[in-house]
Design a protein around this ligand. Structure first.
Ligand code: HEC
Ligand code: HEC
Length: 460
């Protein structure tokens, strides 16, 4: 209060705090749900090499197709059959003895910023702009001609192939980095029996056409939050919610229970991941001024950091937040999906998870926020400077697709403003779900104040 008083009297320009006066009417504080505890080391091992996606491409077919287009630096430091496998895939033995290579969580939850690979960072270079079903058909042909049908290899491959064929044309996003995972979950749920999770060819719930993009949240933030997902829709047992990704190739609930037991450890490992430190020097004086600005303008929603750190998960409603509402109103909030999930094995068996739609987005913790560009739930804003100045946000912006993608002065992705969409690396904020409006809480700051605040944000 004292700070605010000094602040509002001392300046030559009239400054108002960025926090709406009636904030309490527009936020919902979400209390913690008691989580199962597990073993982080075992979780790491399972996440990096385990068989939560049991079906995949037979190894030699993988080596002669997908592996040829990937760069297999061993960024996950794996050994054995995974030593030369790209981080987005895991080699494992199918129960029938065939070695397969399957996509893993790092397809979306590992990525590069400023030239360095960071485990748990959203993969802003992941490309979902193409229809995958054609590639799936091609792979089917190769596997069939290599091993024949029936064969053990085909058996080990088939559930994966079936999912690619079913989902491949329904996940297309408009730019590289825009992630369709919420739609993927919906399509896969539609093709599962909600009680025993076995596959059904005819979808049990209707599937909307739209693919609403999401930005992948950094994993090191989860330990502070009482909910999952930017919409705060993921409630209850986190391990159970996370292991839902395995419905890509899962057999049934017998297998799901085994995976669920291991995911208690995976959740523990995710909670052990720390935010990466900013790699360059930070101007302490500026950051100190930025910290005072942060306390006045931001902390009520985003919490405090450092010695007296505190954070509570709050859902901020659309009326005062104003960011693109489509994600909060679609996919997981789609009532047929909500009903499916909450009455399915995931929502009813032991350690239930739940979907609870709301009207807005979570104010995330900002630890390591320098690294998590692009920003907002849809990744529509490329830098922290643009987050803090809504007028400066580019309508069309493009990146090069390089892993050396960082702009240290604006703190975020190194981008070029475009007049229109030029290629798949252009983010077009005029599209439904891709809007960059709202969160105007930094607009009243001066340019100098914004720089101070960015310097402070780099230190979190
Ligand atoms: C196809 C991309 C993709 C894959 C594969 C994927 N995820 Fe995610 N994940 C996402 C996206 C996108 C979100 C955010 C969704 C949202 O906020 O609406 C997310 C959210 C999460 C969250 C919540 C984070 C938070 O802070 O709210 C966790 C935890 C998580 N995923 C774990 C996993 C695990 C474990 C796996 C592997 C078993 C996995 N994910 C596989 C894309 C993916
Ligand atoms: C009224 C609550 C509120 C206030 C005040 C507020 N924020 Fe936010 N902030 C949010 C919410 C909610 C989101 C998520 C918006 C979305 O994803 O659409 C967000 C998103 C962000 C993000 C993007 C995070 C990411 O990883 O995508 C940053 C950075 C951020 N805020 C910084 C700030 C700063 C700095 C201030 C102070 C100038 C501030 N915020 C003030 C609620 C608030």
């Amino acid at each position: 209060m004292v700070l605010f008083f000094l602040f509002s009297c001392g300046g030559e320009e009239e400054l108002v705090s960025g926090i709406p006066a009636n904030l309490g009417d527009h936020i919902t504080v979400i209390s913690d749900f008691s989580q199962r505890t597990g073993d982080a080391d075992a979780g790491k091992e399972y996440l990096l090499t385990g068989d939560y996606i049991k079906s995949g491409v037979p190894r030699s077919t993988f080596d002669n197709t997908i592996a040829l287009t990937t760069n297999a630096q061993n960024v996950l430091n794996r050994s054995g059959i995974n030593e030369d496998v790209y981080f987005e895939y895991t080699a494992l033995m199918h129960p029938n003895g065939v070695e397969v290579v399957s996509p893993n969580c790092f397809q979306c939850h590992g990525g590069y910023v400023d030239g360095d690979f960071i485990l748990g960072l959203g993969n802003s270079l992941q490309d979902f702009t193409a229809d995958q079903s054609g590639f799936g058909t091609l792979l089917d042909g190769i596997v069939e001609s290599n091993y024949g049908i029936p064969s053990l290899e085909w058996d080990a491959y088939y559930p994966f192939s079936r999912s690619v064929a079913t989902t491949g044309s329904q996940l297309i996003t408009e730019s590289v980095g825009a992630n369709p995972a919420d739609k993927l979950a919906l399509v896969l749920a539609a093709h599962r029996d909600k009680d025993d999770l076995t596959w059904r060819d005819v979808p049990g719930i209707s599937i909307p056409d739209e693919v609403v993009p999401a930005d992948v949240p950094a994993w090191w933030l989860l330990k502070k939050k009482s909910v999952m997902f930017s919409t705060g829709i993921g409630r209850g047992d986190f391990a159970k919610m996370m292991m839902a990704s395995s419905i890509l190739t899962l057999e049934d609930t017998t297998e799901a229970r085994i995976i669920d037991d291991r995911f208690v450890d995976v959740k523990e490992f995710i909670n052990s991941i720390e935010a990466p430190a900013y790699p360059q020097s930070i101007d302490i004086v500026r950051a100190g001024r930025g910290e005072e600005l942060f306390k006045i303008n931001c902390a009520a929603c985003h919490g405090t950091y450092g010695d007296d750190a505190s954070y509570q998960t709050i859902l901020v409603d659309h009326e005062i937040l104003g960011t693109d509402p489509l994600l909060a109103n679609s996919n997981y909030a789609y009532d047929e999906f909500e009903e499916w999930f909450n009455t399915s094995w995931f929502g009813t068996d032991r350690y239930a998870a739940a979907i609870v739609p709301g009207d807005g987005y979570i104010a995330q913790p900002l630890d390591g926020v320098w690294a998590t560009a692009p920003y907002f739930h849809n990744g529509s804003v490329p830098t922290l400077e643009d987050v803090l100045n809504s007028w400066a946000r580019p309508t069309y912006w493009s990146v090069t697709g390089s892993q050396n993608n960082y702009d240290h002065s604006k703190a975020g992705l190194d981008y070029t403003t475009q007049e229109s969409k030029i290629n798949k690396f252009t983010y077009d904020t005029t599209l439904p779900g891709y809007g960059n409006m709202g969160h105007e809480f930094g607009d009243h700051l001066s340019d100098t104040q914004r720089l101070d605040l960015i310097e402070y944000l780099k230190s979190l």
